[in-house]
Each structure stands twice: as structure tokens, then as C-alpha cells.
Design a binder for this molecule. Structure first.
Ligand code: GLN
Length: 463
């Protein structure tokens, strides 16, 4: 169903709407493993109360690194297996204020480190479109619940592609807003300078609806900026295809060197269509992309290792008490998974005094160069587009080598390094089309996504 139909359905008979979702969950969740905490009883109580607001009676799934007061928040880790969130994240406060009902906390790669959902301490999530395959990650559960119709809307977080990647693999819509447009207060941080909470939905309208609710300045997050005066839903509702006539769409040749042929073909179908609508298509060269993944994988561990220092078994989280405080810290931290440990080691090493200039400092400089180059590009062009993922979903467990896994993020990390908005639209089964725009031009990105949706996303609307 489209989001507007979902809204209709939920408002006209909330209990019946809830029961349909409950049935889907009871039938299929065992196989998919998309939730870490299911809140069916709580949601049932809520649905019987009168709800008002933009999200009235809608069932929303929340990635398990976003705090919901009184509810377990694990970040996909044994470290936080029993951690109860003491307050609501700002985005959650806003969702509740608008009448949204939280249906559960979704499975994810441990502390959001991963690209396919397999690093979760609670077992991998399966792709509802093909249960042998990965759903993408790290917001694996949030994408899967939409594809499996276990929720109406979802929130994910995106540090290097974690909203867009699973959106592509599960054939749903995902959007990473401009850095700062959505508050990160109450998000368990992975790499602060890149993290962003964002919406996931069955269509662009659903993304716009959630953006209206979650975006805006927040005194608890000093990096937040004001939201645009016009609402995102209004922009989508008043949008006509020919509004984009003459807009300049650029893609980089190098993006396609990384991309599988089948995906390339689908990508060019969209390009041809946009051209036929009167948008101007430009091919460019962006050799910087070669440095995107290496830069990202130096910045992330550096910030991540520092963020992870708080999990010492003393303040909160898992604690294994042994003879003295140092051994207690050491033993407690052993509960962390392999990928998380790998990044802590790496980040600690590259930010050590001896190594600092060699790695971290260089990465920061290259990041600035990439930023400069992309922002220059947006002075001339309106959009930068690419496939969202270079390949189709792989089999669960197929990719074991970390470097191969990291390379899967090649097309998504640019947007985070620069802070620009970026969304993924499904254009074929498990294939996403990525739209990037200039800083604070989130509405414009949604407009192009909406245009692509009208022509290419119908295939997911059959159920
Ligand atoms: N796959 C990327 C990583 O493992 C992105 C993670 C994310 O966006 N949270 O770092």
C-alpha cells in the first residue's frame, strides 16, 4: 500500500489496521528476525486510545540504537542487552507528539557497524524478498519490517549508507537528511560527525511525512539547523513532473566502474527517462571516489573508538566483575563482537600520538578535499545520482572478509563525508537509485525521488 492508503486504513479503523500488521508479524517474523524488541501489547493499548496528529494511529518501527523511554535499547549488542533507555530521543518525542505508535525496536548490525545485518548479536535479519539473502545494513530490521509489512513507517540511522543500503536491498524508500536537519539527541552514536537519523517508508510521501515530524532545531543537539519553512509533504503534494524540466543531473563515470552490469542497465533506464522529461544529463569524472572508502574507514574507527570508551562495564551495560577495576573493564568489553572490536583497535591505533599524523590527519584532509569537490559540483548541477549499491544482495554469510564488506559502501559514504542529503528509490527488485543534492536541499532530493518513483517503483506496490 502507498503511505496515503495506509493512513486511510489506519484512521478509518485503527484496531483492524493493527490486527493486520500483528497477523503479518505473527506469521513471518520468526523467519525474518527483524525485531529485537516487539511492543505488540504496548501498541495494542495505545491503538485503543484517541490519537491526533500527523502520524495518528500509524505503527512505526525504530532502529534499536534510538532511545525510547522505558524500553530496552541494545544497539544490536550484548553490551546493552539489558539496557533500558532513560529518556526519549528527540525524534521519538516528536513521533509520539504526532500520534505515532511504536511497534518495536528493529534489529541492526552491532553499534551500526556493518553493511548486511550479520554483525547483530541477536542473529542476522533475513531479506523478506528472498530469505536466503541479506537485507542490507546496518538498519536491516527497519528496511525488512517495511518490505514484510510489519510496520507503516520506520526510522533508521545512516553513517555511511545504513539507511540507503538496506532500502535498496529490500526495495523500499530511505532517506539520509542533510547533516543537522534531524536531531541526533538520543541516538547511540557511532561516528558523530557522520551519523544521521532518517526516515524509511513505502514511498517518497512517507519519507516526507516523517521528515516533517522529526526535522528541526533542537536545543539538545547543537549541530541541528532550522528546517525549511515549507513542509516536505506540501512540497511533494504540489509537485508536478515538469517542475524539474531543465534541472541538471550529473553522474560520475567512476561510479559505474564499481557497479554490476545488471544494475548499470537499470540505472541507465532511469537516466534515459529523466532525459526524456527534459532534465539535462551530464557525465563527469570523479576520481576522488577512489579515496571515499579509505577515508571513511579511517574517520569512522577514530570517532567510534572514542564513542565506545563509555562501555567500560562500570557506568552502564554489561559488567563482568573480576578481581580489580582494570580487569573488570577488560573482561566486560570482551562481550563486544568481532567487527566492533576490530574498529576499536584500529581507531585507537590510528589516533595514537605516534600514528596520528600518518592516518587520521590525512583522512581529515582528504575528507575536506572531497567535500570541496562535491560542493563545487553542486554550484553547477542540481543533482548527483548513482546506483545505491554496486551489487545485488548476497547470501547470508557469503561475505566474511572485512575489506570486501567495506567496499560495498563505495557509493553511499560520499554523502556522509560531505553531509549532503541522499535518498534511495527502488527501481527494480533489490536495486536502488541514489539521489544526492546540495546541503539543505533535502526537499529537492525528495522531488527527484518522487519523479523516479512515479515511473519505476510501481512494482513494489502490488501488496
Ligand atoms: N556499512 C557502513 C559501516 O559499516 C555504514 C554503517 C552505517 O551507516 N551505520 O560503517
Amino acid at each position: 500500500m502507498f503511505t496515503k492508503e495506509i493512513i486511510e486504513d489506519a484512521r478509518s479503523d485503527p484496531i483492524n489496521h493493527f490486527e493486520k500488521i500483528r497477523k503479518n508479524i505473527e506469521r513471518n517474523e520468526n523467519e525474518v528476525n527483524s525485531f529485537i524488541t516487539l511492543l505488540l501489547d504496548e501498541a495494542e493499548k495505545e491503538i485503543k486510545q484517541t490519537k491526533e496528529g500527523k502520524l495518528a494511529y500509524l505503527l512505526i518501527a525504530i532502529k534499536d540504537n534510538i532511545l525510547v523511554e522505558g524500553i530496552k535499547t541494545t544497539a544490536g549488542s550484548k553490551m546493552l542487552k539489558n539496557y533500558i533507555a532513560p529518556f526519549d530521543a528527540t525524534v521519538i518525542k516528536n513521533i509520539k507528539k504526532e500520534g505515532g505508535i511504536i511497534i518495536g525496536k528493529t534489529n541492526m548490525d552491532e553499534f551500526a557497524c556493518g553493511s548486511d545485518g550479520t554483525t547483530s548479536a541477536f542473529g542476522p535479519t533475513r531479506n523478506p524478498l528472498d530469505l536466503e539473502k541479506v537485507p542490507g545494513g546496518s538498519s536491516s530490521g527497519s528496511a525488512a519490517v517495511l518490505a514484510a509489512e510489519f510496520a507503516d513507517l520506520a526510522l533508521g540511522s545512516d553513517t555511511g549508507g545504513s539507511i540507503r543500503n538496506p532500502s535498496a536491498f529490500c526495495s523500499i524508500f530511505g532517506f539520509k537528511p542533510t547533516y543537522g536537519i534531524v536531531s541526533r539527541y538520543g541516538l547511540i552514536d557511532m561516528a558523530m560527525s557522520l551519523d544521521q537519523i532518517g526516515p524509511m517508508a513505502k514511498d517518497t510521501y512517507g519519507l516526507a511525512l516523517l521528515m516533517d515530524v522529526i526535522s528541526g532545531k533542537d536545543i539538545y543537539d547543537p549541530t541541528t539547523i532550522r528546517k525549511p519553512t515549507k513542509s516536505f509533504t506540501e512540497i511533494i503534494e504540489n509537485f508536478k513532473d515538469n517542475n524539474l524540466k531543465g534541472k541538471k543531473v550529473v553522474y560520475a563515470r567512476e561510479f559505474l566502474d564499481y557497479t554490476e552490469d545488471k544494475i548499470k542497465r537499470k540505472f541507465f533506464n532511469v537516466i534515459d527517462y529523466l532525459n526524456s522529461l527534459g532534465l539535462e544529463i551530464i557525465e563527469t569524472s570523479l576520481p576522488e571516489i577512489e579515496y571515499a572508502v579509505p577515508t571513511y574507514y579511517l574517520v569512522v574507527p577514530s570517532e567510534f573508538a572514542s564513542a565506545m570508551q563509555r562501555y567500560d562495564g562500570l557506568k552502564y551495560g554489561y559488567r563482568k566483575e573480576v578481581r580489580d577495576i582494570w580487569n573488570t573493564i577488560m573482561e566486560s568489553r570482551k562481550v563486544l563482537g568481532r567487527e566492533v572490536k576490530r574498529r576499536i583497535f584500529l581507531g585507537t591505533f590510528i589516533t595514537s600520538r605516534e600514528e596520528f599524523g600518518k592516518w587520521y590527519k590525512k583522512a581529515v584532509l582528504v575528507r575536506l578535499k572531497i567535500r570541496k569537490r562535491l560542493l563545487e559540483l553542486f554550484k553547477k548541477y542540481d543533482y548527483l545520482v548513482s546506483p545505491t549499491m554496486p551489487v545485488l544482495p548476497w547470501r547470508i554469510g557469503e561475505i566474511q572478509d572485512p575489506l570486501t564488506m567495506y567496499q560495498m559502501d563505495v557509493l553511499t559514504v560520499l554523502a556522509n563525508l560531505v553531509g549532503i542529503p541522499s535518498g534511495s528509490v527502488p527501481i527494480a527488485k533489490s536495486v536502488g537509485f541514489q539521489v544526492m543534492g546540495n546541503l539543505k536541499e533535502d526537499h529537492k532530493v525528495l522531488e527527484l525521488m518522487y519523479t523516479v518513483e512515479q515511473k519505476f517503483s510501481k512494482f513494489i506496490k502490488t501488496n
